[in-house]
Design a protein around this ligand. Structure first.
Ligand code: HEC
Ligand code: HEC
Length: 210
């Protein structure tokens, strides 16, 4: 494999640069991860005490997209969003300025084992199921995520983080930036969820999917 890559590199610079910009190297990414460990855990399982979500098992294109939003100031800059601000400071670290470094880090996160988190939010699963019907077009019937709709996986995510994200969209602390098209769509969606209980019911239903 290494020899083939070397050959491509010798034959054509544009091809090798294209490869470099699209494919992350998990081995190189591993060296960039230690700084994330304090909040997200050594294998990305998340840490409720730090309000840092699980990142293991999430789709790689979404992890990358969120890192870019934080880097560009399109997430984590809203007044009162303390967790988002903490995270934005991390994403803006000089070692992640290079897009290849970010791709490498995301590739490493993609190697983490995906373990189901312990449920903490309770709600009416039946009501949540009915409310979820409208979410499926972007997040999938089983909340597995749909890349072409830019909708991340929700199944397997810590429920307290799903709830807090819904609340942040509702309060305008996510999806407020002009360039954050996905987040703006989500703000439109949460506008239809009028009560905190509706969000809890939804999250309780998502907990039943895998
Ligand atoms: C100081 C603690 C802290 C550190 C260190 C940290 N994060 Fe975070 N991260 C957070 C918090 C808190 C959030 C949730 C922000 C919110 O509530 O909107 C978050 C959110 C994220 C998200 C968004 C997940 C989603 O589903 O929306 C990603 C991706 C992420 N972090 C990756 C990383 C990576 C990669 C690193 C290391 C370079 C890192 N974080 C370092 C605290 C941290
Ligand atoms: C029109 C498409 C669309 C629909 C419908 C939709 N979403 Fe989303 N959702 C998105 C997109 C795009 C994002 C990513 C936003 C971003 O990049 O910050 C998202 C993000 C989220 C997140 C944050 C996840 C994370 O890890 O950060 C949650 C929670 C969520 N959606 C729940 C729901 C629920 C519940 C419904 C139904 C009430 C719903 N969504 C309906 C497109 C949609």
């Amino acid at each position: 494999m290494k020899r083939i890559l070397l050959l491509i590199t010798c034959l054509s610079w544009p091809v090798s640069s294209l490869l470099a910009s699209e494919i992350g190297d998990p081995d190189r990414g591993m060296r960039l991860y230690p700084v994330c460990t304090a909040c997200h855990g050594a294998q990305g399982a998340g840490n409720a005490a730090m309000k840092a979500p699980k990142i293991a098992g999430q789709m790689s294109w979404y992890v990358k997209r969120q890192m870019e939003l934080f880097q560009q100031g399109a997430r984590g800059t809203a007044p009162g969003d303390m967790q988002g601000m903490q995270m934005a400071a991390m994403a803006k670290g000089p070692q992640l300025k290079d897009p290849q470094a970010l791709a490498d880090l995301v590739a490493y996160i993609g190697t983490f084992p995906d373990q189901a988190p312990t449920p903490t939010v309770s709600g009416n699963v039946e009501t949540g199921k009915q409310l979820y019907a409208v979410c499926a077009s972007c997040h999938g019937q089983k909340a597995e995520g749909i890349e072409s709709m830019a909708g991340p996986r929700l199944a397997g995510q810590s429920d307290w983080y799903l709830l807090s994200s819904l609340q942040k969209f509702k309060q305008g602390q996510r999806g407020y930036h002009a360039t954050d098209h996905g987040g703006r769509q989500m703000r439109g969606m949460v506008a239809t969820l009028t009560t905190d209980q509706a969000m809890r019911d939804l999250v309780a239903y998502i907990n039943t999917l895998d």
